[in-house]
Design a protein around this ligand. Structure first.
Ligand SMILES: [Cu+2]
Length: 138
């Protein structure tokens, strides 16, 4: 009896470890990002294609920040300017100290999408990230 419960306990903790491992760098339909001067924390995201993504964010910095997803195959380059506007897939702007709880539909095409803050000078300061879109599971 005692031996069985030990085996069960070991099995349960192994399952828990597996589940945790999958959740950590895994695909999520949620993005929770903190913007600071001048970083996205975290700066890499993996989401399922075509799904509704819950987006929560707060700006802990002293200046306006943006979370701008560029269309697949496009890049804002070292500075976001006029010519980059048509290449924006989705964006949200946050004033200093503000937070948001919103959502957007993930792109249907899998691939790596560039994420930038379009406030002048912020890309050069390191406000850049990567959004990886993977095929949605059935
Ligand atoms: Cu910024």
């Amino acid at each position: 009896m005692k031996r069985n419960s030990i085996i069960m306990a070991v099995f349960a903790s192994l399952m828990l470890m597996l589940l945790t491992a999958c959740g950590a760098g895994g695909v999520s339909d949620k993005i929770d990002v903190t913007m600071t001067d001048f970083q996205f924390q975290p700066s890499q995201f993996t989401i399922p294609a075509g799904q509704e993504i819950t987006f929560t964010s707060s700006n802990n910095g002293a200046v306006v920040h943006n979370f701008v997803i560029m269309k697949l195959g496009t890049s804002a380059g070292p500075m976001f300017d006029e010519e980059d506007i048509p290449n924006v897939y989705w964006e949200v702007e946050l004033l200093p100290g503000a937070s948001t709880d919103t959502s957007f539909t993930a792109p249907t095409e899998p691939g790596d999408y560039e994420v930038v803050c379009k406030t002048e000078g912020h890309i050069a300061s390191g406000m850049i990230g990567k959004l990886t879109v993977v095929p949605a599971e059935e």
